[in-house]
Design a protein. Structure first.
Length: 374
């Protein structure tokens, strides 16, 4: 049986010089750039080090039958014709696409440089995918160090036809940005609600160091712990009342898995009732009901989210490939999808929604079969 497959997580490699040459000279030192010193190549956001690479160290030894880590040389990460070939081979009909370097723009502390960097990516993105809007959902990047800029860019993106825009998945305590339970976010979510803009929290965004754990198990810990970022932010948005005040605002946690969403909803309901005398603000619905109404998550492999859909509602779950990354499903997507629902009691409608229709409706993919509002 053929189904429409929408990947709720894919990446594109924007031009490598976009965030440098696109900025006026006065802002380049405050934006994203590379510096080479002492045998290392440092990726910087202003004066903040995002990563460093020993330029004299050979790359890690890999299986000769496995592509380069990150698959940066695949045509599909840089151009649309190659992308369409890869999508066809994987059986994917449409997808929402996220940046590569642009994932870290929110770490730029200078508000003017941050805004200019977001606009550079958003304008490039708008043009790059403009001829294929029935296949690719464009996702913008929002500045967050001055909420006046955030609101203005939401409105500008909406005028360009965008239906999704990124906020940091994690707010670091020392970032100077209010946590998601702060009323300071109200103008942002009000603007998003009015524009019908889905706020995307992509894993790893907002983290100052995505490789913070250097000891035993670090390779597993550093990626797995990012799952907690989406949980942390959804918890703040729900408990703090932001989503309750703006019931039309939608949040999508991407590449954080989805199995945690049901556990979070039930845990929050439990404490909301048991500690009701301490709860402020009081909510118009239970946390679980707010999550079911306004939060969605993408997943790659974790079948437990399918089994717990009675808690979150099946509309909250969206499959994604995470193309072209090695933790994603590229190269075996058809096999993964073929066995995703093995031994799970699930209707054909729920399967179709999880594999494509949920995301297509949420992000308003312009195809007639998904015209119904999410």
């Amino acid at each position: 049986m053929s189904r429409f497959i929408f990947s709720a997580d894919g990446h594109i490699a924007e031009p490598s010089n976009l965030f440098v040459e696109g900025l006026p000279p006065s802002l380049r030192d405050y934006g994203m750039h590379a510096e080479v010193r002492d045998g290392y190549r440092f990726m910087m956001a202003g004066q903040k080090v995002l990563s460093k690479m020993n330029i004299n160290k050979p790359p890690p030894v890999q299986d000769p039958n496995v592509e380069q880590f990150g698959r940066g040389n695949r045509l599909g990460i840089k151009e649309i014709p190659g992308r369409l070939i890869d999508m066809e081979s994987e059986g994917i009909d449409a997808e929402i696409v996220f940046p590569s370097q642009g994932l870290f723009v929110s770490l730029i502390e200078n508000a003017e440089a941050e805004l200019a960097s977001c606009q550079l990516y958003n304008d490039w993105n708008a043009k790059f995918f403009s001829e294929h809007l029935n296949i690719f959902v464009r996702c913008g990047i929002l500045p967050v160090h001055d909420f006046r800029n955030t609101v203005a860019e939401i409105k500008r993106l909406a005028a360009l036809g965008f239906t999704a825009a990124m906020l940091p998945s994690l707010i670091e305590a020392n970032s100077g940005i209010p946590f998601y339970n702060d009323e300071a976010w109200d103008p942002v979510f009000e603007a998003g609600q009015a524009a019908g803009m889905v706020f995307v929290l992509h894993t790893g965004t907002g983290r100052e160091d995505v490789r913070a754990h250097k000891g035993p198990g670090g390779a597993i810990i550093n990626y797995t712990i990012q799952m907690c970022d989406g949980m942390h932010s959804v918890m703040h948005l729900v408990a703090g009342g932001v989503l309750d005040r703006f019931p039309g605002a939608k949040v999508a946690c991407i590449e954080s898995g989805a199995s945690w969403l049901a556990a979070l909803a039930e845990r929050m309901d439990e404490v909301y009732e048991a500690h009701h005398m301490f709860v402020k603000p009081k909510l118009s619905l239970t946390p679980r009901e707010i999550i079911a109404r306004q939060v969605a998550c993408s997943f790659q492999y974790d079948r437990a989210c399918i089994m717990s859909r009675s808690v979150t509602g099946p509309q909250a779950i969206m499959w994604g490939a995470d193309y072209p990354h090695h933790e994603g499903t590229f190269g075996r997507t058809r096999e993964v999808i073929a066995h995703l629902f093995d031994d799970i009691d699930i209707s054909e409608d729920d399967k179709a929604n999880i594999l494509g229709a949920n995301a297509a409706r949420l992000f308003r993919l312009p195809r007639p079969e998904f015209a119904k509002a999410a």
